[in-house]
Design a protein around this ligand. Sequence first.
Ligand code: IPM
Ligand code: MG
Length: 364
Amino acid sequence: MTSRSFKIAVLAGDGIGPEIVGEAIKILKAISDKKDVALELTEGLVGGSAYDSCGEPLPQATLDLARQSDAVLFGAIGGPQWEKLAYSVRPERALLGLRKELGLFANLRPVLAFDELLDISPLKNTIARGVDIMIVRELTGDVYFGEPRGISTDSAGRRRGINTMIYTEDEVRRIAVIAFRVAQKRKKNIVSVDKANVLECQELWRKVVNEVARDYPEVSVRNMYVDNCAMQLVRDPAQFDVIVSTNLFADILSDEAAMLTGSIGMLASASLGDKHALYEPIHGSAPDIAGKNIANPLATILSVALMLRYSLAMPEEALLVEKAVNEVLQDGFRTKDIFQEGKKLVGTEDMGEETLKKLANLLK
Ligand code: IPM
Ligand code: MG
């Protein structure tokens, strides 16, 4: 008898999405086979491939599937063939739509430097070693969703583009609360990133974060301007434990921080709301290497670890998946994006397979 069962929506998407998600699913299945858990996996169309088959990047059936699931495993979306489409049906709209419709306001992006990969970081080993940052990104507000927006043309035919940076205090408070709770379980050190010296919306962000801080006296908080943070991340990343920021700024900072670890192909993420959760690698669909069995599946596999931890109540198994990834790296297996001389170059499937072997051992 299986005591627990979970519904998982699998939205592989475009480009390398299906390949990397395929490997991550093997990991999930290995765990459910071994443990007393039944996982019901259902695939759905999303992104450019959904547009091609039904004319929209986020079909209603996919949204319904995501809503009825305990968690969504998401691959990647986008590609050059869809770049000329109207903005409203671009593959990216699917991801933004899922975030908004599922209320996924809290995006956790762990930035962890693996010792094994220190040499491929563009930063000196002395700077990159030991980097362990949790970026908490607000995900359903800011210029991403603010109105008014659009491009208009005046009577003289001149175009004008507009987006609106907007945050309500409730939106800031709920993401700040998440960040403080995350920090409580870590080194109790938050840097809240804004541009309060120039933008009123950001001044409100700073005020509200500092109000929330009063409820967490054991957590230390610093407010930092985003330009300074971009610089500090490469100057001295070890100063950071938890970074909390707005949707746009944290989007940019998380790509920057990813490179501390050597490859964006290693970074996982969890997007959490009150009722739903979505897990995805933070990298994109890499159309140039799609279908060639060379993409790195580890970020997606690490996203499965986050799913085990936050949605499936299996924190021990989450640790085992992370451990398996570490061991595979220690054994010298490398996909192309993280390859160095002297290591063993493997493809997507072999990397998945090696991780699976390590996991099977750890699950014994
Ligand atoms: C991310 C991506 C997305 C974003 C794109 C694909 C819409 O860059 O998840 O970081 O801007 O949020
Ligand atoms: Mg991004």
